[in-house]
Design a protein. Structure first.
Length: 528
């Protein structure tokens, strides 16, 4: 099995292989053997992405993968799944023209063959299925749609898939199904899993399934009531790991360091749930006497309500220090003086519904608790013993208007001429106002890629600097898609992502080259 290993930041690498069969074989070997230091691995059309727990572990894993002997055919548990499809897709006529068939012949070609689920990615429940033949081998649309409806049945290349939720997408739409592709209440959240056989059955109309009723939440006797949320307030923790194969990114707090610090202030485990607030505006009212702490952006805090003592009408605690919030008092977080996101922790731990082992709200996949809304009541748990309220020193320095950020070239820097690499590194990039938890969109002089055709979708990571056709970089952040189809020129190391999380629109970024000599010399770029 020929393989090439290329860096994807300091915590991951891509393994390039000759065929989808080789990809599935290596992926199965890694998933089965679970080598030390591996967080997860993700199969794609021609690559396997391996994520590690640390830069040192990434080096060791690269050596391991380079020397790994993979033998025998891929054997996976499978089910046969039949999907009823109403073939009324917007691109059905275009596909018929591209493959030289009638509409009816396209439908027959799609329904007459078995499709094997190969790998997941892009979104939870979105699974790439390979056909038995290439009769419907068509390219993606030249211009992706900004919104593809949930249940859309689509094809691209030799793959077929169903969009599990409304999302942007560039595949050719043939029809739609009413089957829910993703449901975390099921033992297996994804209706289709790698190894399954999928058959499509044409029907004139679809039967919509009724949604399950939801019960009322029990009353909260210790916690807080949300009075106002500001632009955005989300439940976040350190993220969910191990579900990239299902299309679910790690998510988690944008500024992981500040989220850990907020919990440390109030004596909670550092991985506990916090409230991530964007640009201030969050106001809560205590239900019971609480101990709270706020870290992250430099925001003014204000406590109002009885009893404050004497003639005092308000109290202004400091960030990065614990403070009392007595029952009935209100805490208001003001607009940041510097930074962008602040993190509220409460002693005993903020309680929220877990999805796939995490309380993080993922804005791209829609996983996790909904964003907070005025009127929500949030429960707080009992303090865990032993735990101590603390006052950790040396709060991280918040970024100025211009920050210098490291970048590790690859995995697709060969798609760019040297002058384009120089252009990435030599100019100041501006963070635009359409940036969010999914990615920072940068403005500047566009980069141009070499004409190397279409890049097959492959796994990607937080910090990846993707260059779309327009040439302006997008830096993937915590809620990024797990796969992407545009070349990634480089990746920001994990230790700089917390800095990027605090950059408001209008901030300037300069990229500086960061080398991984030990990785490059030992395994990355090696052929075996």
């Amino acid at each position: 099995m020929n393989r090439t290993i290329v860096p994807c930041g300091d915590l991951a690498f891509l393994v390039e292989l000759d065929s989808l069969e080789d990809v599935l074989a290596l992926h199965q070997e890694l998933v089965t053997s679970k080598p030390t230091g591996m967080l997860e691995c993700l199969a794609a059309a021609r690559t396997v992405l391996v994520r590690a727990i640390s830069p040192v572990a990434a080096i060791e894993l690269a050596r391991h993968v380079r020397e790994l002997q993979v033998t025998g055919p891929v054997t996976r548990d499978s089910e046969e799944i039949t999907l009823d499809v109403c073939y009324d897709g917007e691109d059905l006529d275009d596909v018929a023209r591209l493959v030289g068939m009638s509409r009816e012949a396209v439908i027959q070609a799609h329904t007459s063959q078995a499709w094997t689920a190969a790998f997941g990615g892009f979104a939870p429940g979105f699974v790439y299925c390979v056909g038995e033949n290439d009769s419907l081998d068509v390219e993606r649309r030249s211009s992706p749609r900004t919104a593809v409806p949930a249940g859309a049945v689509a094809i691209a290349g030799n793959f077929s898939a169903v969009y599990p939720r409304a999302t942007p997408g560039g595949w050719q739409l043939l029809g739609r199904t009413a089957e829910p592709m993703w449901d975390t209440a099921r033992e297996r959240p994804s209706l289709i899993a790698p190894g399954d056989i999928v058959r499509y059955r044409a029907v004139p109309e679809l039967i919509q399934l009724a949604e399950r009723p939801t019960g009322e939440a029990p009353p909260v006797d210790y916690g807080f009531r949300v009075v106002a949320t500001g632009l955005q307030s989300l439940f976040q923790d350190q993220g969910r790991v191990g579900f990239a194969d299902l299309g679910v990114s790690a998510s988690g707090a944008m500024d992981l360091r500040s989220a850990r610090r907020a919990n440390l202030l109030v004596g909670n485990p550092t991985g506990g749930t916090v409230i991530e607030n964007l640009m201030g505006g969050l106001t809560i009212e205590a239900i019971g006497d609480l101990v709270a702490g706020v870290a992250g952006a430099d925001v003014p805090l204000r406590i109002t309500g009885e009893p404050l003592g004497g003639d005092v009408s308000e109290y202004t605690p400091e960030i990065n220090r614990p403070f009392a919030l007595l029952s009935g008092q209100r805490l208001a977080i003001g607009a940041p003086r510097r930074g962008l996101r602040s993190y509220l922790a409460v002693r005993g731990g903020i309680e929220a519904d877990e999805v796939l082992g995490s309380t993080s709200s993922d804005l791209l996949s829609g996983e996790g608790p909904a964003p907070l809304a005025a009127g929500d009541v949030v429960r707080v748990g009992a303090p865990q013993w032993p735990s101590f309220v603390s006052d950790p020193k040396h709060a991280p320095t918040l970024p100025r208007d211009l920050v210098s950020v490291s970048v590790i070239l690859g995995p697709r820097d060969e798609w760019f001429d040297p002058d384009q690499i120089d252009l990435l590194l030599s100019q100041e990039w501006t963070v635009t106002d359409i940036s969010n938890r999914i990615g920072l969109r940068l403005d500047g002089e566009p980069l141009t890629t070499r004409d190397l055709g279409e890049l097959p979708s492959e796994g990607t990571v937080a910090g990846a600097i993707q260059i779309p056709r327009e040439g302006k970089p997008v830096v993937f952040m915590r809620d990024h898609p797990v796969t992407g189809g545009y070349p990634v020129i480089g990746v920001v190391p994990h230790h700089d992502l917390d800095v990027l999380a605090q950059l408001p629109p209008g901030s300037k970024i300069r990229f500086r080259l960061y080398h991984l000599p030990s990785v490059a010399d030992d395994a990355i770029g090696d052929h075996s």
